[in-house]
Design a protein around this ligand. Structure first.
Ligand code: GLN
Length: 282
């Protein structure tokens, strides 16, 4: 049996729509087919009658089955775009989110030296570090992650995108004791409380808990980074932290407590208080 692109899309959409949890069956089917055929979505409009091969349809069936059981599209196709950069992703890291592009934008809006030294803590796929490097080729960027698989993934992404970022395995600041101070430290650390019910819904169920959940109601790592970051900053250097939608006030308190000045909040595209940052002034 041979199936046209149009029929394959209809079939996939119907299958996916039978799982009420999947809220955008049409988009998911287009993305799956686009990766499967290695063609842009516009190709489907131009060639709806072209047929899939038997093996392509089998592959689609297996992908649709995985998606029906809740697996994130990004893990199935092995890629997610962030800041227009195609990044390889796998189960060892968080899937980069559009919210985090707000952290990148905020970092780019700061007044920093031409050749700023920048640190990305808990880099995962390398998303933040690579986005910054793509915009500021003169910055010297170090990215760390405690997971060896994440380090490998981020290094691979850096190589494929030809963006020079130093990637190290480190539990937060551990491997950085001898590193010269930074002009900017950024992080999207785990910040979800372990009893947050949204951990049982959607894509996050498949993501590594260690990248999502932190103690002290989600504040433990934010606290650790705020405290540990201060001695690693140059005078005039900034710390920018992504956090949960209800954590801005707590993070402001933390930053002030540890001596940061010019503490500020930035909102994400959903108008949620998403980034809090402060500066070491002396
Ligand atoms: N923003 C992510 C979410 O809500 C969590 C990311 C994180 O913990 N750093 O799913």
């Amino acid at each position: 049996m041979s199936l046209s692109i149009k029929d394959a899309l209809d079939w996939a959409r119907q299958q996916l729509a039978s799982n009420a949890e999947l809220t955008d069956a049409a988009l998911d089917s287009r993305v799956l087919l686009s990766y499967l055929l290695d063609k842009p979505v516009s190709y489907f409009m131009t060639w709806p009658e072209r047929c899939l091969s038997q093996s392509q349809f089998q592959q689609l069936q297996s992908w649709v089955e995985r998606r029906c059981s809740g697996e994130p599209v990004a893990y199935i196709v092995g890629e997610r775009e962030f800041w227009s950069l195609p990044l390889a992703v796998n189960e060892s890291t968080l899937i980069p989110r559009p919210d985090t592009e707000c952290l990148v934008e905020t970092a780019l809006s700061l007044s920093l030296p031409q050749q700023a030294r920048v640190l990305d803590l808990g880099t995962g796929t390398g998303a933040i570090a690579l986005a910054l490097k793509s915009e500021r080729p003169n910055w010297h960027i170090t990215a760390v992650d405690q997971s060896a698989q994440a380090v490998e993934l981020a290094k691979g992404n850096a190589e494929r995108l030809e963006l020079e970022v130093e990637v190290l395995q480190s539990n937060w600041f551990q491997a950085l004791n001898d590193a010269p101070a930074f002009d900017l430290i950024v992080s999207n650390p785990p910040y979800i409380a372990d009893d947050d019910e949204h951990l049982h819904q959607g894509d996050v169920r498949f993501e590594p808990r260690s990248a999502l959940v932190a103690g002290q109601s989600g504040l433990a790592d934010l606290n650790h980074i705020a405290a540990g970051g201060y001695p690693h900053l140059q005078p005039g250097g900034w710390l920018l932290l992504e956090h949960g939608w209800q954590q801005a006030q707590a993070v402001i308190t933390l930053l002030r407590e540890f001596g940061y000045k010019n503490v500020n909040i930035w909102r994400d595209y959903g108008n949620v208080e998403r980034i809090t940052g402060g500066q070491k002034v002396k």
